[in-house]
Design a protein around this ligand. Structure first.
Ligand code: PRP
Ligand code: MN
Ligand code: MG
Length: 181
């Protein structure tokens, strides 16, 4: 299907591979948080599909909350200006937090979220990201659980958008540069 899809130069990971990554990380979280009840904070909007897979593969008791921030504003590059669009409903003070992200690219979103939650008195803040783009990092942040390492290319699908579309695609693909050049 996607071999002939002109929107993508290649497919990186399909649904099955992503589910396997969610199983692996879910088991790690069960082990690392045994006896605790962390709050999983889903970073909207990109993390929605990955969060669904991850939640299904965690067996310990967890709470769920959502925060909506934006840095890309639909484009292909981070704008460095992070907007908090919708805040959490939980008080994170004294709680173990696991941020659920679709991708860590420059790391600016993660840096913003970690300092926000730390300032609010979270007991611990860790991150479970579907994708880590190490070459994109501009700040020294490190995700604790990583589904896949990816190269320095613009990707979309499985929650990640290009101009707010293609989040619904059941795979992660490298966007054909002809699309945005
Ligand atoms: C994307 C992605 C991450 C963040 C990563 O979100 O979903 O949250 O950027 O980039 P960074 O490491 O360079 O900060 P975006 O701001 O596009 O909002 P969205 O999730 O609503 O698409
Ligand atoms: Mn996002
Ligand atoms: Mg986006």
């Amino acid at each position: 299907m996607t071999d002939t899809d002109p929107r993508f130069s290649r497919i990186l990971h399909d649904h099955d591979e992503i589910e396997n990554a969610a199983k692996r990380i879910g088991a790690q979280i069960d082990h690392d948080y045994a006896g605790k009840t962390p709050i999983l904070v889903v970073v909207l909007k990109g993390a929605v599909m990955w969060a669904g897979d991850l939640f299904k593969n965690i067996s310990i008791d967890v709470e769920m909350d959502f925060i909506d921030i934006a840095s890309y504003h639909g484009g292909i590059k981070s704008t460095n200006a992070i907007t908090l669009r919708t805040d959490l409903t939980s008080d994170v003070r004294g709680h173990d937090i696991i941020l659920v992200e679709d991708i860590v690219d420059t790391g600016l979103s993660l840096q913003y979220l970690i300092s926000l939650l730390t300032d609010r008195g979270a007991k611990s803040v860790k991150t479970a990201t579907m994708l880590n783009k190490q070459q994109g990092h501009k700040v020294a942040v490190k995700a604790d659980y990583i589904g896949f390492e990816i190269s320095n290319e613009f990707v979309a699908g499985y929650g990640l958008d290009y101009q707010e579309i293609w989040r619904n695609l059941p795979f992660i693909g490298v966007v054909n540069p002809e699309v945005y050049s």
